[in-house]
Design a protein. Structure first.
Length: 252
């Protein structure tokens, strides 16, 4: 059951952080140890779990070698859920990592010391295909791709899949796509229905059955420093993420 998942898409605003935070929380709610790595300089996953930007050492310190991963892991307010926080200093890694020999494997090497402690490790990636996302893909066993149910949903997916193929070929032959996740879906609109049909036609075996709806509770949960499954466990968004967690586990 132990696995590392990267949540990746080079487009911003598609639900990567929301998915990473809530999947991790669902794993913890099910009684398993979960670790969330925030490698986005915006630090939204860190903030979503009630930690402040730059309040402590971050994953940046791990990547540049000034701290071990075990020194940076922090507890959250949720039992069995821990986080490796991000901060603004992480933006510098995009410049520094390419200058370092073997930089693509830094995160994978760091995770090797803690992998056996956690049933699931989830990595919240930045909205780019730069050095930080490549590090996540090299460290991961599987990747989940959130796809917003909006016009241009397929834009950039070809580039992402090309990057995944390159990483598989050159750096991580064990990397697989766990699935594509339709997010911010409003089933009342023709647009959302058309986008869902198009994505499922293009990737019939990859798209998760679960669809994440547009939901006010999902949007407001980060302002309370909580995942939506704790902010309002009975809302449609929480139900969807519980369903997604079951589907991810079933896919292995």
């Amino acid at each position: 059951m132990r696995a590392v998942y990267a949540i990746a898409n080079q487009k911003g605003g598609v639900g990567k952080t929301t998915t990473a935070v809530n999947l991790a929380a669902c794993v913890a709610e099910a009684g398993y140890e979960a670790l969330l790595l925030d490698i986005d300089p915006q630090a939204n996953a860190t903030i979503s779990l009630g930690l402040g930007k730059g309040d402590t050492d971050t994953v940046y310190d791990v990547l540049i070698g000034s701290a071990s991963l075990t020194e940076v892991i922090r507890p959250t307010g949720i039992e069995r859920l821990s986080i490796v926080p991000a901060g603004p200093d992480l933006a510098g890694a995009n410049v520094e990592l390419p200058r370092m020999s073997g930089s693509e494997t830094l995160l994978r090497d760091a995770l090797s010391a803690v992998r056996e402690r956690y049933a699931f490790i989830l990595i919240d990636c930045p909205p780019s295909l730069g050095p930080l996302t490549v590090n996540a893909l090299v460290a991961a066993d599987r990747v989940i791709v959130p796809v917003q149910a909006e016009y241009f949903a397929l834009e950039g997916l070809a580039g992402l899949l090309d990057t995944l193929s390159l990483v598989q070929r050159e750096l991580n032959p064990w990397l697989t796509v766990a699935g594509m996740l339709l997010t911010m879906h409003d089933g009342r609109t023709r647009l959302a229905q058309d986008v869902e049909r198009e994505v499922r036609e293009h990737f019939p075996e990859l798209v998760f059955d679960t669809v994440i709806p547009r939901n006010v509770r999902i949007g407001e949960a980060p302002s309370f420093g909580k995942p939506v499954i704790h902010h309002d466990p009975f809302c449609a968004g929480a139900d969807a993420y519980f369903d997604l967690a079951k589907e991810v586990a079933a896919r292995g």
